[in-house]
Ligand binder design. Structure first.
Ligand code: FAD
Length: 416
């Protein structure tokens, strides 16, 4: 079985390294040959720095030691997101990754609702917020790789992360090609037979994985799979990213959580890496000015990068013998760090359903259904952050909190 991954961003390299490690094992003969082709000219999106705890299971299955990964990708621990000024100016709440295990008869939420609510709910289910505020790590130095008493994830340098996985996968025998896919050859039934490159190569495979990011070279441009927009529920459609070295604004500790501060027309991310901080901010053209005002004069001479995106997903990420994973499959927005999570979900489910014997019809339907459910749950979750806000101070917040902006599934839950 030959698999060709097209695209070498985080999605492409997670997919290649994961498929190879999980389907073949490490250091054993290969039954599935994995190749990856990436363009040098186009480059990676280079953002995607905050993760959620599922990333540990993914890295463990790829079989990369935790310390080696953290050092190579400048990673730091992330234990929570702190939301500043979302409910109203001056208020903050945490989304901690840890909580007491919910059992079938868990009445914790009901008990909290019946209380005077003077202690925030999150603080009653985990000590993690205390750890965040003290600037402490979620584990001790001698805890085993990817283990600890408290749930955690990482912040990391997206470019270095992709490069780390690339070096690991290539060393294990994943075939790496640098070239641009310029043409796609299809069979009579509409499957992909081969891709052709600018340098004149023709590469065949049994299964093609589209990891070409927003370009959607296979799933969109070739196969024409429709894109379902989520812009009615998620209003943000752009970001300004800036990298702030620590010597510009020294902090006592690298913060073990991400901060998302609500601003006039969106919000700003603050992600602490081991050698710098990364910040994104989502609004319109004035975003950069507002981001600079928020950060302060120490950023005046730092360059900022504008990124535009359409929130939504490819209706059916698996069509014929092509599976879209990563930005080519969909993107919501950076809040709650779901980008890499969808990559992890996609590749994990693909290995579970892997078409070792050729037939794909049933597997495709299962895969598409599961991925649709994952996206819809996540849209509801992110949408909830906006619609429950009490802010009405700007046109953005008045629109984001309007009744027609609540997703129908969330509305049904509110009414329960
Ligand atoms: P890309 O990085 O764009 O890679 C595309 C690859 O395809 C490149 O290697 C390119 O060379 C190749 N390519 C394209 N066309 C061709 C061609 N014709 N031939 C050959 N190769 C080709 N996710 C998180 O989990 N956490 C976050 O905090 C987060 N923040 C984000 C902030 C913003 C503003 C945005 C836009 C996204 C964010 N994401 C985040 C999402 C995250 O960045 C992506 O999910 C992740 O980086 C995977 O991207 P990708 O590999 O799909 O695409």
């Amino acid at each position: 079985m030959r698999v060709l991954v097209v695209g070498g961003g985080s999605a492409g390299w997670i997919t290649a390294a994961y498929l190879d490690a999980v389907l073949n094992g490490v250091g054993t003969p290969k039954s599935v040959l994995v190749g990856l082709i990436e363009s040098e000219k186009i480059g990676r999106i280079g953002v995607g720095e905050a993760t959620i705890p599922t990333i540990k299971r993914t890295l463990e299955r790829i079989q990369i030691p935790e310390r080696a990964f953290m050092e190579a990708a400048d990673a730091t621990f992330k234990q929570a997101i702190r939301f500043d000024n979302w409910l109203h100016e001056g208020h903050h709440y945490y989304h901690p990754f840890d909580r007491l295990t919910a059992t079938r008869f868990d009445r914790h939420g009901l008990r909290w609702l019946a209380s005077d609510r003077s202690v925030p709910y999150a603080e009653t289910v985990t000590p993690q917020i205390k750890l965040c505020e003290e600037g402490l790590a979620p584990k001790r130095p001698d805890d085993r790789d990817y283990q600890g008493n408290i749930a955690y994830a990482y912040h990391m340098d997206a470019e270095k992360f992709a490069e780390t996985l690339r070096d690991l996968a290539v060393a294990r025998g994943v075939h790496h090609m640098i070239d641009d896919v310029s043409e796609v050859e299809q069979t009579e039934s509409g499957d992909i037979a081969a891709v052709k490159t600018e340098s004149g190569k023709r590469i065949e495979a049994d299964l093609f994985i589209d990891c070409t990011g927003f370009a959607r070279v296979l799933i969109g441009k070739t196969l024409g799979v429709p894109f379902e927009s989520y812009k009615d529920w998620l209003l943000c459609d752009g970001a300004v990213a800036m990298r702030v070295p620590y010597d510009k604004k020294p902090q006592k500790n690298v913060r073990p959580y991400t901060t998302a501060t609500a601003l006039s027309s969106g919000w700003v991310w603050d992600i602490g890496l081991s050698d710098r901080r990364g910040t994104d901010f989502l609004t319109d053209e004035e975003a950069e000015a507002e981001l600079r005002a928020h950060e302060g004069p120490h950023c005046d001479d730092l360059p900022a990068r504008v990124l535009k995106f359409n929130s939504g997903r490819t209706e059916t990420p698996w069509v014929g013998n092509c599976v879209a994973i990563g930005l080519s499959a969909g993107f919501l927005e950076p809040l709650e760090s779901t980008g890499l999570y969808f990559v992890e979900e996609g590749v994990d489910y693909l290995t579970e359903l892997f078409p070792r014997f050729g037939a794909m019809d049933q597997l495709r339907d299962l895969y598409n259904q599961r991925m649709r459910e994952r996206y819809e749950e996540s849209v509801d979750f992110i949408n909830m952050h906006y619609v429950l806000s009490q802010r009405r101070d700007t046109p953005f917040w008045r629109e984001a909190t309007a009744a027609h902006r609540v997703t129908p599934r969330l509305q049904a839950l509110f009414e329960r």
